[in-house]
Design a protein around this ligand. Structure first.
Ligand SMILES: [Zn+2]
Length: 136
């Protein structure tokens, strides 16, 4: 418990920061699938296929996903995770750093979960395009 408190940087007698950290971890776990048209994060942000007036938000989301290389491409790499972690730790105020770590933990959990699927993820791209997964 002390380790959790250290990383989340909150007073042990309150549960609210832990709940907030858990919610932030869920957001981090959703983020890698921003490259998929009907993912939870795209639906929640109104950028899933067909959303917005005349579906324009869906189109914007699709273009953004294509720029990212399509589903399970850049956002599912250790490089993307590392860049995200570095940016969050660099630009997050010290007293909120635990939330940044929670976000990255959520992101990593998504990559691990996708590695448990048949499709795997291109974890070491651009060094290797081989998809890493338990069933590969
Ligand atoms: Zn994914």
């Amino acid at each position: 418990m002390l380790g959790v408190n250290y990383f989340l940087g909150f007073v042990p007698s309150t549960a609210a920061p832990l709940a907030i950290g858990a919610g932030i971890a869920v957001l981090g776990a959703w983020l890698p699938d921003i490259d998929q048209n009907n993912s939870t994060i795209r639906q929640k942000t109104g950028t899933a296929r067909g959303q917005g007036p005349f579906g324009c938000m869906g189109w914007i989301g699709s273009i953004f996903a294509a720029v990212l290389g399509g589903h399970r491409a850049f956002t599912h790499t250790a490089l993307a995770c590392g860049l995200l972690a570095a940016a969050l730790l660099k630009f997050t105020p010290t007293h909120w750093r635990g939330y940044a770590i929670a976000f990255v933990v959520g992101y990593v959990s998504h990559l691990v979960a996708d590695m448990l699927t048949e499709g795997g993820v291109p974890l070491f791209w651009p060094l290797s395009s081989k998809r890493i997964g338990l069933w590969r």
